[in-house]
Design a protein around this ligand. Structure first.
Ligand code: CDP
Length: 224
């Protein structure tokens, strides 16, 4: 990569178990870009609310959000959300969080708090010497970074996605989360105009990574 290439933001969006995390991780290993998993942010906030016995309701959640001090730890090329100085552990992938996360993620105050935090990840990446950011989620190319240099949307048939999740040993209703995420009022899951749409149903992870890596390389080659 030319040392003069501008900072590149790669936005990867898609439904539950569409392969975003594996793709983003593989790309971050290949390019000097910081990996940010925004699903983990919504999961961490959800786990914290469940721990405090708070229901997904605007007033109570707004009050609780006011107490949370969010920070970032950079570890092995990835930015991890800290709440009160602690990076939440595997509890964010529990069946309880799987079932509740889309309800908390639909709330305006949750999205507003994370929008600021997520946009701030470019400064974190730059401060740590990264040349770009790979951010994955549902609304990265549509709301968080609509001007990202590269925006990718991953699709896969619901049956294939449910099969992938079951293979990971996870109890997770991907179709139900997609329904909730796509129909919510604020920042719904959608393929934004101009994004590169990849259907991964019949592609291996290596194929998807190779396609997106080629797009990144093409972008770098034509950067001013
Ligand atoms: O890994 P998986 O695709 O199953 O989900 P995830 O990326 O960990 O996201 C968990 C949940 O967080 C989603 O079902 C959405 O409700 C929410 N989310 C969101 O609303 N916006 C994002 N940018 C990322 C996740």
């Amino acid at each position: 990569m030319a040392s003069s290439s501008p900072f590149l933001i790669v936005a990867i969006d898609g439904g539950a178990a569409s392969g975003k995390s594996s793709t983003a991780r593989a790309l971050a290993a290949r390019f000097p870009f910081l990996h940010v998993d925004t699903g983990a942010h919504y999961r961490a906030i959800t786990a914290e609310m469940l721990r405090r016995g708070i229901l997904p309701e605007e007033t109570a959640v707004t009050r609780a959000l006011g107490d949370l001090v969010l920070g970032t730890r950079v570890h092995n090329g990835a930015a991890l959300l800290e709440i009160g100085g602690r990076v939440p552990g595997e509890e964010i992938r529990s069946p309880e969080v799987n079932a509740a996360v889309s309800h908390f993620a639909a709330l305006r105050p949750v999205r507003a708090a994370l929008l600021e935090y997520q946009r701030g990840q470019t400064s974190v990446a730059q401060a740590h010497g990264f040349r770009g950011l790979i951010m994955e989620g549902r609304d990265i190319g549509s709301v968080i970074f609509p001007d990202a240099g590269l925006r990718v949307f991953l699709h896969a048939d619901p049956e294939e996605r449910a099969r992938r999740r079951a293979k990971e040993g996870q109890q997770d209703s991907v179709a139900e989360r997609d329904r909730l995420d796509s129909s919510r009022q604020h920042a719904p899951l959608t393929c934004p105009p101009g994004a590169v749409d990849i259907n991964s149903t019949h592609l291996s992870l290596e194929d998807v990574v190779a396609r997106v890596a080629a797009l990144v390389n093409a972008h770098i080659a034509t950067a001013p």
